[in-house]
Design a protein around this ligand. Structure first.
Ligand code: PMP
Length: 405
């Protein structure tokens, strides 16, 4: 087979691969605990279900305008006003099939071959791959102080005349950190001064804890949306637990949205009208669902932190949001892929290696699942890694024998 050079360089999505691995093991009857999962367990909001069912019942299921159904765009405009204090026009909004497609279309619209896009480690696994898919060059910036929070001095050192855009994701997948107000203010001002596009991936922006608030990037720009180089990405996947509905959106200048619309028109035409109806239901329906989900996840986070505190040798930075944490396992090994495979084999616990997020020696653990999964998952990991633990345990009726990774 003669596949394209580019296609061959694009890595498989490690998180989707792990989901598949966990599913296959479960199908074989193995009692796998999935701490790699990137979605909450809730049922879809009732308003989303009713609205999409009503749309289906009309039998009128056709193409929508490429940039989205007008009534959904209206709901997105209201959402942006309520949550970001920014009034935008319908021409500033485009609906896509998930935030992932939105990010792909944004980068496709902005990046020339060999343009550089700054990606802040630890980063969401897909950013570097999407940058490569549009013939750009991902430039990974790691915080030099050994923390998980990005620093302006590290970023400015990595800027070159080819820098086209910076992607910022706060609350952050995988660290769970909400970036400081000071950092967001500085990066917005820096990008505006230098004419660099700043792509804010705000997909987790309401999933924050301890009364914290993820700040709005618009608070720090004096420019109007047409002159500004701020591009905002959002969606329903995480806040409403609607990952399977595949709806996300972008807020940007008219010119950017126009070009993104052309790209979408030539690739997917539009997001499905049934799923757009679901998204509209979620955005205009009962909003306590988001707060209830947030409270459940905050409680899970507290339990996860409690369990990790008594994990010998593991260092944890407490997450302020999302449903992930990113503990440091370097006192056990630098090789996160080997560690993750070891934990799956020995303890039947799925974790995601830090290497996939640009940081070796860490693991991403999710607390989106049940409390039982969290407590039992961490207990199994402790058993597998602690040299003083018993040699054998039973998981269900399967005998697990401990040895070193
Ligand atoms: N951005 C980040 C940071 C994410 O974690 C995810 C989902 N894992 C996405 C974007 C994609 O979201 P969607 O399901 O809307 O494509």
């Amino acid at each position: 087979m003669s596949l394209s050079y580019l296609a061959k360089t694009i890595a498989e999505s490690p998180t989707l691969r792990l989901n598949e691995e966990a599913r296959l093991l479960r199908e074989r009857g193995e009692q796998v605990i999935h701490l790699g999962i990137g979605e909450p367990k809730n049922k879809a909001p009732i308003n989303a279900i009713l609205n999409s069912a009503a749309k289906l019942n009309t039998g009128d299921i056709k193409y929508s305008p490429t940039d989205g159904v007008p009534s959904l765009k209206k709901a997105i405009i209201r959402y942006t006003e309520e949550n970001y204090n920014r009034v935008v026009e319908p021409e500033n909004v485009i609906v896509s099939s998930g935030a992932k497609q939105a990010i792909y279309n944004i980068l496709y619209s902005l990046v020339n071959p060999q343009d550089e896009v700054i990606v802040l480690a630890p980063y969401w696994v897909s950013y570097p791959e999407i940058v490569k898919m549009v013939y750009g060059v991902p430039v990974v910036v790691v915080p030099e102080d050994g923390s998980l929070h990005p620093r302006m001095e590290d970023i400015t050192r990595s800027i070159s005349p080819s820098t086209k855009a910076i992607i910022v994701n706060s609350p952050n997948n995988p660290s769970g950190l909400v970036f400081s107000e000071n950092f967001i203010a500085q990066i917005v001002q820096y990008c505006e001064e230098k004419g660099i596009y700043l792509i804010m991936d705000d997909i987790y922006h309401k999933l924050v804890f301890n009364g914290k608030k993820a700040v709005s990037c618009y608070d720090f720009t004096r420019k109007g949306i047409e002159e500004s180089r701020l591009v905002l990405v959002n969606g329903i996947s995480k806040l409403y637990g609607m990952t399977g509905f595949r709806i996300g959106w972008t807020i940007g200048s008219r010119k950017l949205v126009e070009v993104m619309t052309n790209i979408q028109a030539q690739t997917t035409s539009c997001a499905s009208v049934v799923l757009q109806a679901a998204a509209e239901g979620a955005l205009t329906g009962i909003q306590s669902i988001v707060e209830n989900l947030r409270l459940t996840i905050e409680n899970n986070r507290n339990i996860m932190m409690q369990e990790l505190k008594s994990f010998n040798g593991v260092k944890t930075t407490e997450p302020d949001g999302t449903f992930y944490c990113f503990p440091d396992f370097r006192s056990y090994t630098q090789n996160s892929v080997e560690l993750s495979e070891f934990l799956l084999r020995k303890a039947l616990v799925v974790t995601v290696p830090g290497k996939e997020f640009g940081m070796e020696g860490y693991l991403r653990l999710s607390y989106a699942g049940s409390v039982k999964d969290i407590t039992e998952g961490i207990a199994r990991m402790k058993w597998a890694l602690d040299p003083d633990s018993p040699n054998e345990i039973y998981i269900g009726d399967k005998k697990m024998v401990r040895d070193w990774l």
